[in-house]
Design a protein around this ligand. Structure first.
Ligand code: SAH
Length: 347
């Protein structure tokens, strides 16, 4: 029997070690080069806003294939030479196979297992679909008490949650809604978890706290793009993808990629409590449009053959349209308190 977050950590480590995850899913930087380019320009403008510190750490959390950062650095080199000269590239990545791919595309980078070994000083950090890969715990309100989900033989088992999940819990749910009938039978889905599941992403909250206290003493900003609702909600958002299709999250470790919705409200509150100023979350489509996604895409498309040009325009739409990636995905920035509102967060 294994607590869900321990199972999820083991499953994702095994999965990333043995698979090319990009066979199974695609992410914004792989959809359009303009995504990484405009995030690079976001970092360049934000560097100006924090007073052009030199040197400055440019950090990416969970860089995947290194595509976002390669596109960002190309754009930075073109239009922000001062920033390009000042930046020191640091990458946070646990997967040895993805580190090897990143090393080919991002020479000179320094790798870390987590944020705690980053050197002190001013920093600009980006993380796309990083927080959703971090392991979650799930608590269920059952029979007037909290139980926690563990994994055993491919199904869930529940144990009394001692101590109960930490407050604050999502608002506006009565005890009736919160309480499920006793679990009957085994396995995933028993009891139709529905809205009475409370998810806790402890590593994400630790990152928010670490960044918040760092930003309270050093100039900087951290930008996270990920999927999840704006407000905290109850609900089971654990999902698995294997061979490009939804899969059973409790299948043997290494067979599927597991993610969960990011609780932006809880993440932002943890960073704010630790001393950061918070901007957003704003829907990804709005954020990217404000950063000039469509203008830059049009300009690039004009220089390309027709098939590639229409591919670029279609890719921009996929990233920004509300019923595609534009609304479910959000952008959130944590900033040092003296930093003015960074690009994309003011109308
Ligand atoms: N940002 C990339 C990859 C997203 S997949 C993109 O948009 O394509 C999640 C990334 O986070 C992968 O690189 C994965 O190896 C990394 N990762 C997952 N858990 C991690 C952890 N606990 N610490 C550091 N990196 C982690």
């Amino acid at each position: 029997m294994e607590r869900l977050d321990h199972f999820m950590a083991r499953a994702n480590a095994a999965y990333y070690a043995t698979h090319d995850p990009y066979r199974d899913f695609t992410t914004a930087p792989e959809i359009s080069q303009v995504f990484g380019e405009i995030l690079g320009l976001w970092a360049a403008v934000t560097w100006e806003l924090i007073g052009r510190p030199d040197p400055v750490l440019l950090v990416e959390a969970g860089p995947g294939r290194g595509t976002l950062m390669a596109d960002a650095l190309r754009a930075i080199r073109e239009v922000a030479k001062g920033f390009h000269a000042a930046l020191r590239l640091h990458l946070i990545e646990t997967s040895p196979s993805l580190r090897a791919i990143q090393a080919e595309r991002l020479p000179g980078a320094i790798w870390h297992q987590g944020l705690d070994t980053l050197p002190n000083g001013p920093l600009l950090l980006v993380g796309n679909e990083f927080l959703d890969a971090l392991p979650i715990r799930q608590f269920v309100r059952r029979g007037g008490m909290w139980v926690e989900r563990f994994v055993e033989d491919g199904g869930f088992v529940e144990r009394p949650a001692l101590p109960p999940p930490p407050a604050p819990l999502p608002q506006g749910e009565g005890e009736d809604v919160l309480t499920l009938p006793p679990l009957t039978g085994g396995g995933r889905g028993a009891g139709a978890a529905g809205q009475a599941v409370f998810e806790l992403n402890e590593p994400a909250l630790a990152i928010a706290q670490c960044l918040g206290s760092r930003l309270s003493t050093h100039p900087g900003a951290a930008l996270f793009l990920d999927y999840g609702p704006e407000q905290s909600n109850f609900g089971d958002s654990l999902q698995a993808v294997s061979d490009g299709r939804p899969a059973n999250p409790l299948a043997p470790p290494g067979t599927a990629d597991l993610t969960a919705h990011v609780n932006f409200a809880a993440f932002a509150a943890a960073a704010r409590d630790a001393g950061a100023a918070i901007h957003g979350p704003v829907p990804q489509g709005l954020f990217l449009a404000r950063l000039g996604l469509f203008q830059r895409t049009d300009r690039l498309a004009r220089t390309q053959p027709p098939a590639r040009a229409s591919g670029l325009i279609e890719a921009a739409r996929r990233l920004a349209e509300p019923n595609r990636m534009g609304r479910l995905f959000k952008a959130l920035a944590l900033c040092s308190p003296a930093c003015p509102t960074p690009p994309g967060f003011a109308g």
